[in-house]
Design a protein around this ligand. Structure first.
Ligand code: IDP
Ligand code: MG
Length: 133
């Protein structure tokens, strides 16, 4: 069954001018982009988006980073889009990420790791509603 997932190009990547490069990899891997916008998170919006991480040691650093510049949000559609896009992104820490993954190719650090992808269908529904209404 076709599935939707929510992706973000995070501020480190927008600032470095690699939006096109990242979207080109995603399209070349045969994901269909069915929604796309540039936006900037307000602090309260970023805190809501990452509510599951509230209280963790990296939370403040994460919110500072995610509100430090614009992001590009997109919705991908494909069979098994959620897992497939997580696989294309690679691990949270780019030092651990496999060759060819977006984070191996583009990420700067475990925090500034260039891309986000929903990790479940509940998360995908919630994140698409938060960002695309
Ligand atoms: P994910 O983005 O791979 O799903 P999560 O564990 O959901 O990873 O963490 C959300 C985001 O928080 C990460 O993408 C990264 O930007 C940041 N983050 C996670 N763990 C750490 C950490 O240990 N140090 C710094 N930043 C972190
Ligand atoms: Mg996550």
């Amino acid at each position: 069954m076709k599935e939707k997932t929510l992706g973000l190009i995070k501020p480190d990547a927008v600032k470095r001018g690699i939006i096109g490069e990242i979207l080109a990899v995603i399209e070349s891997e045969r994901f269909e982009i069915v929604g796309l916008k540039m936006m900037r998170f307000e602090r309260t919006e970023a805190e809501a988006f990452y509510a599951e991480h509230q209280g963790k040691p990296f939370f403040e650093e994460l919110i500072d980073y995610m509100t430090s510049g614009k992001v590009v949000a997109f919705v991908l559609e494909r069979e098994n889009a959620i897992t497939r896009y997580r696989d294309l992104m690679g691990t949270t820490d780019p030092m651990q990420a496999q060759e060819g993954t977006l984070r191996k190719l583009f990420a700067l650090s475990k925090n500034e790791n260039s891309v986000h992808g929903s990790d479940s269908s509940a998360a995908s529904d919630r994140e698409i509603a938060l960002i695309f209404g």
